[in-house]
Design a protein around this ligand. Structure first.
Ligand SMILES: Nc1ncnc2c1ncn2[C@@H]1O[C@H](COP(=O)(O)OP(=O)(O)OP(=O)(O)O)[C@@H](O)[C@H]1O
Ligand SMILES: [Mg+2]
Length: 273
């Protein structure tokens, strides 16, 4: 995240509600969220011994999607519109709420996650500024599954793409589709199309577990006349929205066979992205 003149990374912790299995087992809640001090307290039920951890933002399971967006994502999206690059990624164990936080439920405004809220934010800004500036918005959507990169918006989503390095522009994915978007609906359509192409499977913690890392990127370019010349002032920013596959301990989540092979590679590819 770029804020003012200093570049910073911020960490937010979001606690999920207990899942069906935990409720069935009458599991005890050991996590206390202290919003006023941005602290998480882990309490040992045997002796009430408490370990405290400090973060930039902390959220209890009762928090709504909009608050998470406004506090964590809003400033990053504003910076991207201003021509900086920003990345928001969700990391954690399988079933902890990464896809819920990044995507949520599109159809229900109350449950919309960071990605749909970012679309609304971007096009809301563009509509309010379109008399003064010209904008070009494009997007790409890829997944990393079993170490292979695939284009979720490509004609053939089974085709493996190569990662290359350009001395001037840096690392890029060769032949990745980058598609122009005119409005929020266009972005939603591409996101849904790609999301349906993503690899999912079942783990003991999550019926619809994401088995791949996926990166949805929004490229925003704007031009406006500069103050004292006929030249145009150009800004270009890139927003990476990343929903990682669960980083799980195999023994805890009971994975075997294909799920185990995926899990080994999921963790391996985390070391290179
Ligand atoms: N804060 C929350 N409030 C309500 N439901 C939640 C919350 N977090 C997660 N869930 C629910 O828990 C289930 C698992 O969440 P989700 O699929 O987002 O996990 P994940 O971290 O993406 O897991 P995986 O790594 O396996 O893909 C879903 O049914 C989701 O709707
Ligand atoms: Mg997921």
């Amino acid at each position: 995240m770029k804020q003012g003149k200093t570049e910073t990374v911020k960490v937010a912790i979001r606690v999920r509600p207990m899942n069906a299995l935990e409720k069935k087992n009458n599991s005890v809640n050991v996590v206390e969220v202290d919003r006023s001090n941005n602290q998480i307290n882990l309490i040992k039920p045997e002796n009430n011994q408490t370990n405290t951890f400090q973060y930039d933002y902390v959220y209890p399971y009762t928090i709504n999607q909009r608050t998470v967006y406004d506090e964590t994502a809003f400033p990053i999206v504003e910076a991207v519109i201003e021509g900086y690059n920003g990345t928001i990624f969700a990391y954690g164990q399988t079933g902890c709420g990464k896809t819920f936080t990044m995507m949520g439920d599109f159809a229900n405004p109350e449950y919309r996650g960071i990605i749909p809220n970012a679309f609304e934010h971007i096009f809301g800004y563009i509509n309010s500024e379109e008399n003064k500036k010209k904008f070009l918005v494009r997007c790409s959507f890829l997944e990393i599954y079993n170490e292979d990169v695939r284009d979720l918006l490509g004609k053939d989503t089974s085709k493996k793409l190569d990662i290359r390095e350009d001395p001037k522009t840096g690392i890029f994915v060769k032949d990745l589709n980058i598609i122009q978007m005119r409005n929020t609906k266009d972005l939603e359509n591409e996101l849904n199309k790609g999301f349906n192409n993503r690899h999912v499977g079942e783990t003991t913690m999550n019926k619809e577990s994401s088995r791949s890392h996926c990166i949805f990127t929004v490229y925003i370019e704007s031009s406006e006349p500069s103050d004292n010349s006929k030249e145009q002032k150009i800004k270009a920013g890139k927003l990476n929205l990343v929903d990682l596959a669960g980083s799980e301990r195999q023994s805890k989540t009971g994975v075997t066979g294909e799920r185990l092979e995926e899990a080994k590679k999921i963790n391996l590819s985390l070391t290179v992205i």
